[in-house]
Design a protein around this ligand. Structure first.
Ligand code: CUA
Length: 351
């Protein structure tokens, strides 16, 4: 009797754990500062996420009904026909060879599976066959350990960790088509409210598209384990009204000004090896290994969402990136307090 109680208790605990995991899925936790809210696959605000949700709910309803009927009959049989004192211990009557029953439990499941296949393949085909209209925005997202490089080849914009796209409002459809690539290992692009997950695989190009309708900021994260800081490889999709998106585009297309009110910091930046990894458009910094810094101050977070972009965090990041993101590939440049202040002052001119 004891043993059975233990088994039931263990099963219940496992079930509770599974529920907790489900509840936490999609919960994004930043390291420093409150950068993101909780995001949910059950509140889609874009195609294809809405279509995927509708299909999943239909499949869940069909499977849930089957579960309820089967489990209900099972519980009924267990209770109604349980062993009672005084029952005979002989075998109950055996039913077999009934063509009607066997036909019913073969054909009915076949029909149900067929419906599920049709519904699912229609959704998959709808999503995969979508062709970019002439108004579409084209962007390339490249996964790095542990940040996102974002390029708009047609607009001449390079940025990082924040994908800006226009909303498709009543005035017309303006989806964003993404080419997904990886510079090192496998990553996965996942913004739960906008679309499903798509992997970024080295030496391969995957495609996906999103068409959000509501302006706002949509947090997401890398959904494929890619090393120590996989959990802090966050992405933000900022959805603008069409006018705001055009304004953002114009701002991002500007090069950094050659005039600067932080000349010491600028000198420091170019004298150290920062330029080997980072690009600042309009200067001699052309490094490709780390994020483009031309408009660093236009971004809300640092280190792929690991910290909010504040002066204190930026100072901490320049002084010792490992303090914010252990294992990240940006080294500690061993700058003095004064040098850190100068570099930060220069970085803050990159608007
Ligand atoms: Cu990139 Cu996980």
């Amino acid at each position: 009797m004891r043993k059975r109680h233990h088994k039931i208790l263990r099963a219940l605990l496992l079930f509770a754990f599974a529920l907790a995991c489900l509840g936490l899925a999609g919960h994004v936790e930043p390291a420093l500062g409150n950068t993101d809210g909780v995001t949910s696959i059950f509140r889609p605000l874009s195609q294809p996420a809405q279509e995927i949700e509708e299909t999943s709910l239909l499949v869940l309803a069909i499977c849930g009904t089957i579960f309820a009927v089967v489990a209900g009959l099972l519980v009924y049989a267990i209770v109604r026909f349980r062993h009672r004192a005084g029952d005979e211990l002989s075998e109950p009557p055996q039913v077999y060879g009934s063509n009607q029953i066997e036909l019913a439990w073969t054909i009915l499941p076949l029909l149900i599976v067929f419906v599920l296949i049709l519904v699912t393949s229609r959704t998959i085909a709808d999503i995969q066959n979508r062709k970019p209209p002439p108004t579409a925005v084209q962007a390339t997202v490249i996964g790095h350990q542990w940040w996102w490089e974002i390029r708009y080849p047609e607009l001449g914009i390079v940025t990082a960790n924040e994908l800006h796209v226009p909303a498709s409002d009543g005035r017309g459809s303006r989806p964003t088509f993404l080419k997904l690539q990886s510079a090192d290992v496998a990553h996965s692009f996942w913004v739960p409210q906008l679309a499903g997950k798509t992997d970024l695989i080295p030496n391969r190009e995957n495609l996906m598209w999103i068409e959000p309708t509501t302006p706002g900021t949509y947090p997401g994260n890398c959904a494929e384990y890619c090393g120590t800081q996989h959990a802090r490889m966050l992405i933000r999709v900022v959805v603008h009204s069409p006018e705001d998106f055009d304004r953002w585009t114009k701002e991002q297309q500007q090069s950094a000004s050659l005039e600067t009110n932080a000349p010491e910091g600028r000198k420091m930046f170019f004298a150290n090896s920062c330029v080997n990894c980072h690009t600042i458009a309009g200067t001699s910094a052309h490094g490709k290994f780390g994020p483009d810094l031309t408009h660093l101050m236009s971004r809300e977070t640092l280190a792929a969402g690991a910290a909010t972009n504040t002066t204190d965090n930026l100072r901490l990041w320049v002084r010792d990136p490992q303090k914010i993101k252990v294992g990240c590939l940006m080294p500690n440049m061993q700058l003095t307090d004064n040098e850190v202040d100068q570099v930060v002052a220069y970085l803050q001119t990159l608007k």
